[in-house]
Design a protein around this ligand. Structure first.
Ligand SMILES: [Zn+2]
Length: 207
């Protein structure tokens, strides 16, 4: 396989990118000025060293190399008694932009599709359990599940409950759902600040 085909194959693995788009990306790079494509390849090569995964919430954050926890998890201005479980990093960005949540996060790493029994090894089930155990020691009072309002999101919520539900129930910790405040099918990542604000105000104790 030649380098062009290899590159196309890499792009095809990107989320939401199909075969035609992957080809377009690869040919775009071919037409770029040399220093631009060099810049891009250096950025990709160095990305993993300059952006790391937070040991507590598992979101990616830029670091000079010493911190293991992100600025949200380390902040004393955040409410450490609240934990919000979201699908992916971009959900946090949308919520932070809306400025309506002051607690901590946990990035679950994906969804559990209703009609797909294939195991997704990117999901952070055991890491979530560990983080909740840690937070319980620090007086956790509420866990909010912020998954999309669709069958896959609901299935993911059930899966998360199967991991931490018992622990929370034993200690009388409230579990809430952002679902009710979002319209059906909507995902946090694409929701506007007003919708996110409503979702928090109308979060319910039932899915
Ligand atoms: Zn963090």
């Amino acid at each position: 396989m030649n380098n062009l085909d290899k590159l196309i194959q890499h792009f095809e693995k990107f989320p939401g990118v199909g075969a035609r788009q992957a080809k377009r990306f690869a040919f775009h790079i071919l037409t770029q000025a040399e220093d631009e494509s060099k810049d891009l390849s250096e950025l990709i090569a160095n990305l993993k060293g300059s952006v790391v995964e937070c040991a507590s919430c598992h979101r990616f954050f830029p670091t000079a190399g010493v911190e293991t926890m992100c600025s949200i998890c380390n902040s004393q201005n955040r409410n450490h008694h609240k934990l919000l479980v979201v699908t992916q990093d971009s959900d946090i960005q949308a919520i932070e932009r809306a400025g309506v949540y002051d607690g901590l996060y946990f990035v679950f790493g994906g969804t559990v599709p209703l009609l797909n029994s294939k195991e997704n090894n990117k999901l952070r089930g055991s890491a979530l359990k560990a983080t909740v155990e840690e937070r319980l020691k620090e007086g956790l009072v509420e866990v909010t599940l912020g998954f999309a309002v669709n069958p896959d999101g609901e299935n993911t919520a059930r899966f998360v409950e199967s991991i931490i539900g018992e622990m929370l129930k034993e200690r009388d910790i409230k579990t809430t759902y952002l679902g009710r405040g979002l319209s059906t099918g909507s995902e946090l990542e694409y929701a506007d600040p007003e919708t996110i604000k409503n979702a928090f105000q109308n979060r319910s104790t039932h899915e």
